[in-house]
Ligand binder design. Structure first.
Ligand code: NAD
Length: 305
C-alpha cells in the first residue's frame, strides 16, 4: 500500500475518515492554527479542509509533497487556486453534497424574516406576548429574485414555487433557456432588483460578485424588500445593507454568512430586522455525511492519479 499521508485540518465525518484510513495514514488536526499548519504541511500528500482553513500561497510553498487539496463542501474561496495551479496541486470539492441543506436553510431564513419567528420566540421566552406587533408578510404570490441560478439557487426556486412564488433569476453565465428549464424567468440584474419582493443570493464569491449588492443596487430595489444570503459574506456590502435597513429600504435580512467570520455582535448582527445564523448552511448530518464520502473518494482518486 502506498505510504500516503493525509491531513485533516477542519475535521471530517467518520464515514469519510474510514474511507481514507483504508488507503492512507490520516492525521486529524481539526482546528490547527495557520502557523502550525505551515510547520507540518511538508509531511503530507493531501490536505482536506472545510471553509475555516486558509490554504494560502505560503501553505503551498511549504508543501513539496502535496498533490491534492480537498474541500469538503462547495466554496473554494479559502484556497489560493493560482498557487495550487503553480504548484501542480489538484483542488477537489464536493459540490453537490450540501445543496439541499443550504436550500432548506434559505427557505428557513426567508420564513423567519418575513414572520419574525426568532423575535416571537425570544419575546415569549422572556414572558411577553407581543402578538399585535408581530404582523408579518406571506410568501404567497411574492416575487423571489434569485441571484446565481446554479445548484442551490435552482433548489431554492423549486421550494419557493411550492409557496406559489414567482421566480426571477439572474445568472449571466447560464443561457436564458437553461434558466427557463430550471423554472426561473431569466432577467437582468437591474430588472431583478427593480421587481423582486425578496432577493436571495447563491453566487460564488469572486472578483465579479464581491459587493454585488452595494448602495447603488439597494437604491434600485423596491421599498420594503427582504434580503437573504447564504452564499458568502463578501457578496453584500454590509455597510450598505445596514444603511438600507436603517432607512427602511430593506424590511429585513436573513444572513448565514458574513464578510468576517465570526463577526461578533456588530450593528448588523444585532439589528432587530436581521435574523442571523453562524454559517450553518451546510451543517446537517446528511450533508456532512455526503460531503465526507464524496471528498474522501475524490482525494483518493486524485492521489491514485
Ligand atoms: P453553483 O456553481 O452550482 O451555482 C452558482 C451559480 O452562480 C452558477 O450558476 C453561476 O453561473 C452563477 N454565477 C457566477 N457568477 C455570477 C455572477 N457574477 N452573477 C450571477 N450569477 C453568477 O454553486 P452552488 O452549489 O449553487 O453554490 C453557490 C454558493 O453557495 C457557493 O459558491 C458557496 O459560496 C455558497 N455556499 C454556502 C454554504 C453555506 O454554508 N452557507 C454552503 C454551500 C455553498
Amino acid at each position: 500500500m502506498p505510504e500516503w499521508k493525509i491531513l485533516l485540518t477542519d475535521g471530517l465525518e467518520q464515514n469519510g475518515q474510514d474511507i481514507l484510513r483504508a488507503a492512507a495514514q490520516v492525521d486529524n488536526r481539526a482546528g490547527i492554527s495557520a502557523d502550525d499548519l505551515l510547520k507540518v504541511v511538508a509531511e503530507y500528500d493531501a490536505l482536506i479542509v472545510r471553509g475555516r482553513t486558509k490554504v494560502t500561497a505560503a501553505v503551498f510553498d511549504a508543501a513539496p509533497r502535496l498533490k491534492v487539496v480537498g474541500r469538503a463542501g462547495v466554496g473554494v474561496d479559502n484556497i489560493d487556486l493560482n498557487a495550487a495551479k503553480a504548484h501542480n496541486v489538484i483542488v477537489v470539492n464536493s459540490p453537490t453534497a450540501t445543496t439541499i441543506a443550504v436550500a432548506e436553510l434559505t427557505l428557513g431564513l426567508m420564513l423567519s424574516v418575513v414572520r419574525e419567528i426568532p423575535r416571537a420566540d425570544a419575546t415569549m421566552k422572556a414572558g411577553q406576548w407581543i402578538k399585535k406587533e408581530l404582523e408579518g408578510h406571506e410568501l404567497w404570490r411574492k416575487t423571489l429574485g434569485v441571484i446565481g441560478f446554479g445548484r442551490i439557487g435552482t433548489e431554492v426556486a423549486r421550494r419557493a414555487k411550492a409557496f406559489d412564488m414567482d421566480i426571477l433569476a439572474y445568472d449571466p453565465l447560464l443561457p436564458a433557456e437553461a434558466i427557463r428549464l430550471r423554472g426561473g424567468e431569466p432577467v437582468s440584474l437591474d430588472e431583478l432588483l427593480h421587481r423582486a419582493d425578496i432577493i436571495t443570493l447563491h453566487v460564488p464569491l469572486d472578483e465579479n460578485t464581491r459587493n454585488l449588492l452595494n448602495a447603488e443596487a439597494f437604491a434600485k430595489m423596491k421599498d420594503g424588500v427582504y434580503i437573504i444570503c447564504a452564499a458568502r459574506g463578501g457578496v453584500i456590502d454590509e455597510e450598505a445593507l445596514l444603511q438600507a435597513l436603517n432607512s427602511g429600504k430593506v424590511a429585513g435580512a436573513g444572513l448565514d454568512v458574513f464578510a468576517t467570520e465570526p463577526p461578533g455582535a456588530t450593528a448588523l448582527v444585532t439589528h432587530p430586522k436581521v435574523v442571523c445564523t453562524p454559517h450553518i448552511g451546510a451543517q446537517t448530518v446528511e450533508a456532512q455525511t455526503r460531503a465526507a464520502e464524496d471528498i474522501a473518494t475524490e482525494v483518493l482518486a486524485a492521489l491514485e492519479g
